[in-house]
Design a binder for this molecule. Structure first.
Ligand code: AMP
Ligand code: MG
Length: 412
């Protein structure tokens, strides 16, 4: 049986090169830039006012304090003043409005007194004050974003400010989800004896979204070879399917027909079964460019094998580097025994922090059907059974996925 590390390595080695895509900014969050972005324009694009006030022409060494200046017009954001401002004149101006020709300073409205005879300044302005100069932020031709940048709201805002409606990124993988089992019913329907709700299709769709993929189709099949083959063939026939995520029926029971169905569809098995708990009967295969992940049907097994094996592949398909998430040092709060029957164990933990140290304890209910601890887990440990036993105080590495919130301040 393949070791966890070898399985992950083989999967990553089979991930094809990412595909470039041009996506609207509204869909670009979390995508990885495929190309350098060069500013096509200056930012700001024109000299404009940083405040609400008055634009005027200041001459060097000319103290304008207590001078009464003549108001000749108004400049609003999006509605410039078309005339020329000469010495002794002012134009009412608002934040973001283009600076009128001839003006070289703006006085804040709080610093003037307006009377019927004109605008009186309480202090003499300096040339250039309260003006946002064209190109002061970014000048045209400058590289603003490099390939490999993960687009956050900030980068998306910058692209839009430069007038770009789309971003050149590595495309989101298109995923087909297939859950299998005679016992499955869609949530929202009534159940008869022995039936259960198909929770994996909803969970896997959410995991795909979380990982940046797009669920293109989601289907459920009974344990029927012909139905499985038909559904898989239709998923494979779409040239756009990058990944098929199948859950259930990959083990050794009489109704576990998926591997036979894979073979009938010409899917090449790269490996089947990994020395892990939960998730041992995991299958990985390939047909053309399409990657096929066969996840065991128990919900926790589906969750773990998606996260440990499919998620890194989806990340790589989007041009993201994969980093081992088990990186946070912690100390065990309770003795822990893990069985030697499997090499690598994924264990759900709760956490406590004190004096800057993270302490973790395995949750009760580590079965592959236990959903409560899946929800309650604040982190996960990945343990090799050969390195145990783990006594209280042992050092471990945990993955937290950002959702670990240790409670600080407990006494010690
Ligand atoms: P299997 O991998 O098909 O042997 O299924 C293992 C266990 O997971 C069984 O108890 C199934 O009823 C359960 N299971 C399989 N598919 C799903 C699903 N889509 N949602 C919830 N439980 C499932
Ligand atoms: Mg089954």
């Amino acid at each position: 049986m393949l070791a966890y590390e070898a399985a992950l390595e083989r999967i990553l080695a089979h991930v094809p090169a990412p595909k470039a895509a041009r996506v609207p900014l509204q869909e670009a969050l979390g995508c990885v830039l495929a190309r350098t972005v060069v500013a096509g324009a200056d930012l700001p694009g024109f000299n404009n006012s940083a405040v609400d006030g008055y634009a005027l022409c200041v001459m060097p060494y000319n103290d304008l304090t207590h001078h009464s200046l003549r108001l000749i017009g108004k400049a609003e954001a999006g509605k410039p003043f078309r005339g020329l401002v000469r010495s002794g004149q002012v134009v009412r101006i608002f934040t973001g409005a283009q600076l009128p020709v001839g003006a070289n300073a703006v006085v804040m409205q709080e610093r003037v007194r307006v009377s019927p005879s004109g605008v009186l300044l309480s202090e003499s302005p300096e040339i250039g004050q309260h003006i946002r100069r064209r190109g002061e932020d970014i000048s045209a031709g400058k590289t603003v974003l490099k390939p490999g940048t993960i687009l956050r709201a900030q980068e998306i805002g910058l692209l839009a400010a430069l007038g770009q409606s789309h971003a050149a990124v590595w495309g989101r993988p298109r995923v087909a989800v297939l859950t299998t089992g005679n016992e499955l019913r869609p949530a929202g329907r009534s159940l008869t004896a022995g039936q259960i709700y198909d929770s994996n299709s909803a969970m896997l769709a959410a995991l795909v979204q979380e990982t940046g993929g797009l669920v293109r189709t989601s289907q459920t099949c009974p344990d029927s070879l012909s139905r499985l083959v038909r559904t898989l063939r239709s998923m494979l026939s779409s040239a756009k399917t990058d990944v098929i995520l199948l859950a259930g029926g990959v083990s050794v029971g009489d109704k576990d027909l998926c591997r036979e169905a894979f073979a009938k569809c010409g899917i090449r098995q790269i490996f089947w079964r990994v020395n892990i708990k939960p998730g041992m009967p995991f299958f990985f295969g390939k047909k053309g460019r399409t990657l096929i992940f066969g996840l065991p049907g128990n919900p926790v097994s589906s969750y773990v094998t998606f996260r440990e094996f499919a998620a890194p592949a989806l990340a790589k398909l989007q041009g993201r580097a994969w980093q081992d998430p088990y990186s946070r040092p912690a100390s065990l709060l309770k003795d822990l025994h893990v069985s030697k029957s499997r090499e690598t164990h994924f264990v759900r933990v709760t956490s406590q922090g004190s004096n800057g140290t993270l302490h973790v304890a395995a949750l009760d209910g580590q079965g592959s059907h236990h959903l409560r601890s899946l929800v309650e887990a604040q982190g996960w440990m990945r343990l090799r059974s050969s390195e145990g036993p783990w006594a209280t105080g042992a050092r471990v590495l945990v993955r937290t996925d950002g959702d670990l919130q240790p409670t600080h301040g407990d006494s010690q």
